[in-house]
Ligand binder design. Structure first.
Ligand code: FES
Ligand code: FES
Length: 158
């Protein structure tokens, strides 16, 4: 089937899509967007997290056939002011040392971006809950918490 979907603000079309293949596969293999990562393909690790119509989803669990006519935002679509450079949440991950191998980072950035849009100054339990579906094998999570706290402080102008 042909799937037309808006990705990061641009209408994109892919042909010969098997309706049951995942949104993650569509993004990575057909649309050339490798930001969302493929680790478990079972909705367990969060490395494939993207926005679908403004809600965070595990893109490995969404069928490509379901996204026709909808809006997807991936980590590549989160940019700095004026559409250039790193988004402040991405910059905070870099500055806090929250990126080691980086495999979990795109999913965590999207999840943290969603949290800070909903809760601009989250308490630590709120951060932990929001990121509970995103696994990281490298950092021990403390630097990731630091990154979200830093992004929140910067967002608040402190
Ligand atoms: S690859 Fe989607 S949750 Fe792990
Ligand atoms: S930085 Fe390696 S899995 Fe998180």
């Amino acid at each position: 089937m042909r799937v037309t979907v808006t990705v990061n603000g641009t209408e994109r079309t892919a042909d010969d899509v098997w309706p049951g293949e995942s949104l993650l596969y569509l993004l990575r293999e057909r649309l050339g967007l490798p930001g969302a990562k493929n680790a478990c393909e079972q909705g367990e690790c969060g490395s494939c997290t993207v926005y679908l119509d403004g809600e965070v989803v595990c893109s490995c669990l969404v069928a490509a056939g379901q996204v026709a006519g909808r809006e997807v935002t991936t980590v590549e679509g989160l940019t700095g002011a004026g559409g250039a450079g790193l988004h402040p949440v991405q910059q905070a991950f870099v500055d806090a040392g929250a990126v080691q191998c980086g495999f979990c980072t795109p999913g965590l950035v999207v999840a943290a971006h969603d949290l800070l849009a909903r809760v601009p100054e989250p308490a630590d339990p709120e951060i932990r809950e929001a990121l509970a579906g995103n696994l990281c094998r490298c950092t021990g999570y403390e630097k990731i918490l630091d990154a979200v706290r830093l992004a929140a402080r910067r967002q608040a102008g402190r």
